[in-house]
Design a protein around this ligand. Sequence first.
Ligand code: GDP
Ligand code: MG
Length: 163
Amino acid sequence: ALARVALVGRPNVGKSTLFNRLVRKKLAIVDDSAGTTRDWREAEADLAGLRFLAIDTAGLEDARGDVMEARMRQGTERALAEADVALFVIDAREGVTPTDRYFADVMRKQSTPVILVVNKVEGRATMSGLGEAYALGLGDPVPLSAVHGDGFADLYEALVPYV
Ligand code: GDP
Ligand code: MG
């Protein structure tokens, strides 16, 4: 069976854009408004010959007091439980947010291996924001631009041990 790779992270960091690039189909809903993808979608991915099942989840949100967000978090936790590895995606343009930190804690406390992906890294300005990502304690971040298709060789290297 193909390894299951779950894409997790708060809304708008680019999970669905990354998913679409990995599966080369427009199966996931990509939208500027936060939290558009409420379910998860899965499709076979091919990353330079590395084949796996990519799972696009809704964004992780701090559930406090919000039923919709609580459901999104539950969906993510379910996807994680069934995944062989998770890509925890953050946004280099916005930097590490309190929500990212909250969910980095969640990620560290569960047993599925986590690869930290810093998306929207385009040019030097966003590159400088990478330092904060190291401080999340999830290992070396993989800088990526899902839109431009940069950084996928490093993503390949990071995924090889798990798929
Ligand atoms: P999701 O909510 O995490 O699934 O995020 P989406 O994939 O829906 O993307 C949210 C927004 O970020 C969209 O406007 C995307 O076009 C944009 N986006 C995604 N990846 C990148 C990237 O690598 N660079 C830039 N500049 N924008 C991106
Ligand atoms: Mg999405």
